[in-house]
Design a protein around this ligand. Structure first.
Ligand code: CP
Ligand code: NVA
Length: 338
């Protein structure tokens, strides 16, 4: 049976079957080849999308904009604080207004319930560009990057080290469960994934051959890993005064060359970005001045090493987001180029 995602929302990978996720990855690869070959693919000419950002962004915004333009679509981007939603107009009313003008809506914000409410009221596909709970478009880019690094992804061990209950760690646990990778969350008590989500992912994992391991032991987590993944220690929307506490809790979980040495010889390092691997940012410099820490979740050595795939991940955001928009907006189920 051909897979059709036409008209679907993209709010969390929990809503998608493994085969649907693999379909999106195949489509992403097709779009990546077309882009690399310089072959035009304006398959959605005449459509329009709106990108709503309640938090800042570089990769997600640029990926949606370039992908939409490559597909021939018009794009409106609403920066944090620049539209009426929330302050003067409810999410439900905003969704209906935007749904009358646009063919699809991207939303980056705080509560997962907000993107769900947009989806319930828009009448057009809504794509989650990151909430406090999930970052599903990031997952497609990450899984594509893993596929490009290993002959087969099923059965690989992917370890997340650090704040293992944030949106990216949650989403990795879901993605690995769906696609049959062994997921290990490694962090301190209190920063581990929430029990209900772990139970749900373990249920999925039983069907796919994946496993979910939670540990505070870095040696156990890194041993035999094919992917070591980390993310920033204080996420967007969390208060700045958490930095001191998080540094104390998470320093043992920094991805260092010592941790990489415990992983498989061909192991890769991954990070959704942005990253505090040095103090060359405003916040990085402030943290360095206050706490004397110049590298946080990953050492600069690992970040800049040959094992680091972070820029491939960043590029793959665009190809995979293009696949999501095409699959949900197109009425033609064929892969482009077939
Ligand atoms: N990884 C990611 O979502 O990056 P941005 O915050 O720059 O969009
Ligand atoms: N956990 C991070 C991811 C950024 C892409 C955050 O939410 O800020």
């Amino acid at each position: 049976m051909p897979i059709s995602l036409s008209g679907r929302h993209f709010l969390t990978l929990l809503d998608f079957t493994p085969e649907e996720i693999r379909h999106l990855l195949r489509l992403s690869k097709r779009f990546k080849s077309l882009k690399r070959a310089g072959t035009p693919h304006r398959r959605l000419q005449g459509r329009n999308v709106v990108l709503l950002f309640e938090k800042t962004s570089t990769r997600t915004r640029c990926a949606f904009e370039v992908a939409a333009m490559d597909l021939g679509m018009g794009v409106t981007c609403l920066d944090p604080g620049s539209c009426q939603m929330g302050a003067k107009e409810s999410i439900a009313d905003t969704a209906q207004v935007l749904g009358r003008m646009y063919d699809g809506i991207e939303y980056r914000g705080f509560a997962q319930e907000a993107v769900e409410e947009l989806a319930a009221n828009a009448g057009v596909p809504v794509w989650n560009g990151l909430t406090d709970d999930f970052h599903p478009t990031q997952m497609l880019a990450d899984m594509l990057t893993v596929e490009e690094s290993f002959p087969r992804i099923e059965g690989l061990k992917l370890t997340f080290m650090g704040d293992a209950r944030n949106n990216v760690a949650n989403s990795l646990m879901v993605a690995c469960s769906k696609l049959g990778l062994h997921f290990t969350a490694c962090g301190p008590e209190g920063l581990m994934p929430e029990g209900d989500l772990v139970a749900r992912c373990r249920g999925i994992a039983q069907e796919t051959g994946a496993t979910i391991t939670l540990t505070d032991d870095v040696d156990e987590a890194a041993a035999g890993a094919h992917v070591l993944y980390t993310d920033i220690w204080v996420s967007m929307g969390e208060p700045d005064d958490l930095w001191g506490e998080r540094i104390d809790l998470l320093e043992p979980y920094r991805v260092t060359s010592q941790a990489m040495a415990k992983a498989e010889p061909e192991a890769i390092f991954m990070h959704c970005l942005p990253s505090f691997h040095d103090a060359n940012t405003t916040i990085g410099a402030e943290v360095a001045a206050r706490f004397g820490v110049t590298e946080m979740e990953v050492s600069d050595e690992v970040f800049t090493s040959a094992a680091s795939k972070v820029m491939d991940e960043a590029e793959n955001r665009m190809h995979t987001i293009k696949a999501v928009m095409y699959a949900t907006l197109s009425r033609d189920d064929r892969l482009p180029g077939t």
